[in-house]
Design a protein around this ligand. Structure first.
Ligand code: PTR
Ligand code: PTR
Length: 335
């Protein structure tokens, strides 16, 4: 075996040819423009980002209404354990359709549900996401769908039960409850708002450590990642959301030991991004975020090997005492 091929420099050229539409130039018109009509287009925050037609979440609405929401189910299988992890990647809700997100949460998740929010509502003076949840403990109640948009009486209430700040994960943790109008059914929802990730960039330094904590936190709050999809969104639902999901999956691969014995031509990060892009477009935005995944994984990988028991290393065929050299690294990723 050799070390995981994790030298970003060499990979970037490959990345550019692999994903030519990844530069932020030239917005491509939505595939929905032709068939979805204005109603669908209005529900998109960005004209060039939408779910694949064959892999999208369909809102449960009465006939005659569009079931469209800009959200993609993401299902990932662990290499070794075959464990399934589920997500729904979605855009930052818009003011006139934010209740659709809650309808999706109600129908597509079990309790407790987890929502990971990776954007601020406003960044650089622009709205990146509507304030779709009760933010302030002084006004904890939010009436969803009071106008009964779909005329089916889905008229749930949202309540902010608690608000806590996690310094470790640099996040605001909100516990919400969603209750049907008759009060018969309630769902618990954890809303995790991350404060350290500007659009198109990557968390640096302490924010990077915090992001890893956030990944852990989102797993803990979701009692079964295999059956209950964690909802992840940013502004477009592709860049930061894609990177978060890739990271969650890669860390699990690392923990399971799947990244210890890679062949020369295997690159788990490219594989992860490919897998995500088969399920939602533009997942992991640009070279910065791609490189970020290498940086974080290199760091984690080194940690793992530093902790490895000699017996375990021998089983894997690794000489942990061998001096790393530039040409023949002992499974050490070059920095
Ligand atoms: N308070 C944290 C920090 O910046 O260090 C993170 C954070 C900031 C989290 C703002 C969420 C934030 O948004 P809001 O105030 O809308 O909950
Ligand atoms: N039209 C924008 C673009 O292509 O640049 C859409 C966009 C906006 C794409 C934000 C990604 C964005 O980042 P994120 O998915 O992290 O919110």
């Amino acid at each position: 075996y050799s070390q995981p091929a994790m030298a970003p420099e060499g990979r970037l050229a490959d990345w550019r040819s692999r994903y030519p539409h990844q530069s932020n130039e030239g917005d491509q018109p939505s595939q929905w423009a032709k068939c979805g009509g204005e109603e669908v287009m209005n529900r998109n925050r960005y004209a060039n980002v939408d779910p694949y037609q064959n892999n999208r979440v369909k809102l449960k609405v009465p006939e005659g209404h569009s079931d469209y929401i800009n959200a993609s189910p993401i299902v990932l299988e662990a290499t070794k354990s075959k464990k399934i992890t589920k997500f729904i990647a979605t855009q930052g809700p818009k003011s006139d359709s934010f209740a659709h997100l809650w309808r999706m949460v109600w129908h597509e998740t079990s309790s407790p549900a987890v929502i990971v929010m990776l954007t601020q509502t406003h960044e650089s003076g622009r709205e990146k996401c509507f304030q779709y949840y009760p933010r302030d403990p002084a006004t904890p109640d939010l009436d969803l769908n009071p106008d009964d948009e779909f005329e089916d009486g889905f008229h749930h209430m949202l309540k902010l039960e608690s608000l806590e700040e996690s310094e470790e994960a640099r996040a605001h943790i909100r516990e919400l409850s969603m209750t049907s109008k008759d009060g018969d059914e309630t769902k618990q929802i954890w809303h995790l708002l991350f404060g350290g990730w500007p659009d198109f960039l990557v968390p640096e330094g302490a924010d990077r450590v915090a992001l890893l904590k956030l990944v852990e936190l989102s797993r803990e709050k979701n009692l079964d990642n295999a059956t209950n999809a964690r909802i992840v969104h940013c502004s477009a639902g592709v860049g930061r959301s894609g990177t978060f999901i890739a990271l969650d999956w890669l860390l699990q691969e690392l923990e399971e030991g799947s990244l210890d014995t890679l062949e020369d031509d295997e690159d788990p990060i490219v594989a992860a991004v490919d897998m995500l892009r088969q399920q939602r477009m533009m997942m992991v935005q640009g070279e910065t975020q791609f490189t970020f995944l290498y940086d974080v994984m290199r760091e984690r990988w080194r940690d793992r090997w530093a902790r490895l028991h000699p017996e375990e290393a021998e089983k894997l065929g690794v000489n942990i005492d061998e001096e790393p050299t530039a040409k023949k690294p002992r499974r050490e990723m070059e920095v």
